[in-house]
Design a protein around this ligand. Structure first.
Ligand SMILES: [Ca+2]
Ligand SMILES: [Ca+2]
Length: 375
């Protein structure tokens, strides 16, 4: 029975690949995710990386990758070959800070714009900024600072980016508490927030407070962010307990530093007074170091559809959280590949349903892994 179903999967895969390949002959390139490379493997696509931080599947059908030291790479997803790389000016890497989040503009194919978050020095002060560059094919040029002077520290710098297309498109950016827990509850500080920004760097007219970038507050260090099911999901590092996954809503308070995870009796008064929104998942009495987050909506890997994939550093495991049909709750959690590759920083799902992971082990030993099917 197992053999028969495997054969069916194989046959359907071959058939669909053939049909897909045929249909591609008539299509302009890069309009569909190319499916013409290994379909049955888990492979190390690239080695020799040093603290990779963000993996993005680009609108140019290539993988883009940041490393904390400041390097940006454009990688051929079939071969792992680096087709372009450069080091951004002004990146100052300290502890967990450096070059971090990245996202492409919705019109990247036309304008070449890529948004980066990195840490820098303003005099002696360690800070974070959001900068847009234009990819020309041979360089990243025309740097434009969209938001700067964000509090930063050797730890807790958030920095994940998501653009939600619309009229106008908006960019969401997570920030950490920059090792100053009180900032997360202060509406006037850019730290410990999910920020919402127009693509020219201005404040959207419908943010919770006029002229203020914050969309939600009370965050410790959210290092995962994804838009799916018409919702914004964020993962967040807890202190020594309660890593979280939250659904981010306009103007809501997520509790830090007064509340860890769900509202317990000792936290209830603060929760009531501030209408704290509780996480849809938390790690309980210990932490796993919840980090990168992406949504799996493909049929490629059987049984994974409508899941959140979450990397963990300390646990060195890929978590698969199965969502309910509405995307409002997590029904079950599966832990995969425990300690197989070490600490896992980020995850990215391609339009063809392949999963890409990067490690965070250091010593120029980090790798980019491609999962095209389960072995
Ligand atoms: Ca919380
Ligand atoms: Ca709690």
């Amino acid at each position: 029975m197992r053999n028969r179903s495997l054969f069916s999967v194989f046959f359907v895969t071959v058939l669909s690949t053939v049909l897909f390949s045929c249909s591609r002959e008539d299509d302009p390139p890069a309009t569909n995710p190319d499916d013409n490379w290994p379909s049955d493997s888990i492979r190390v696509l690239k080695g020799g990386l040093n603290f990779p931080w963000e993996i993005v599947w680009g609108k140019d059908e290539h993988l883009w990758l940041t490393e904390r030291g400041g390097r940006v790479s454009r990688i051929d997803p079939r071969t792992g070959e680096t087709l372009f790389n450069t080091t951004l000016d002004g990146v100052v890497a300290r502890g967990e800070g450096g070059l971090l989040g990245m996202v492409q503009d919705p019109a990247f194919a036309q304008n070449g714009w890529i948004y980066f978050v990195h840490n820098y020095l303003e005099g002696d002060a360690y800070r974070e900024k959001l900068v847009r560059y234009r990819f020309t094919g041979g360089a990243l040029a025309d740097a434009k600072v969209l938001l700067d002077n964000i509090p930063a520290a050797n730890i807790h710098n958030g920095s994940r980016l998501v653009i939600v297309e619309g009229n106008p498109a908006v960019l969401y950016m997570t920030t950490g508490d920059a090792a100053n827990t009180a900032l997360a509850q202060q509406p006037g500080s850019l730290a410990g927030k999910v920020l919402r920004i127009l693509l020219d760097g201005s404040v959207p007219g419908d943010n919770p407070v006029a002229g203020n970038y914050y969309w939600s507050l009370g965050h410790r260090n959210p290092q995962g962010l994804v838009w799916a099911n018409n919702k914004l999901y964020a993962s967040e590092h807890g202190p020594n307990i309660e890593d979280e996954i939250n659904i981010i809503e306009k103007g809501r308070n997520y509790g830090w530093p007064s509340v860890n995870g769900p509202c317990d009796p000792g936290e209830q008064a603060f929760c009531d007074a501030n209408q704290v929104k509780e996480p849809i998942w938390s790690s309980g009495a210990s932490t796993v170091a919840a980090c990168g987050l992406d949504y799996y909506g493909s049929d490629r890997i059987p049984g994974w559809k409508n899941s959140l994939l979450m990397t963990t550093l300390k646990n060195a495991t890929l978590f698969r959280h199965q969502l309910n049909a509405e995307g409002t709750a997590i029904q079950s959690t599966e832990q995969l590949f425990r300690t197989r590759w070490g600490r896992l920083r980020d995850v990215c799902v391609s339009p063809a349903g392949r999963v890409y992971l990067c490690t965070s082990n250091g010593n120029n030993q980090d790798i980019l892994v491609e999962i095209s099917s389960l072995e």
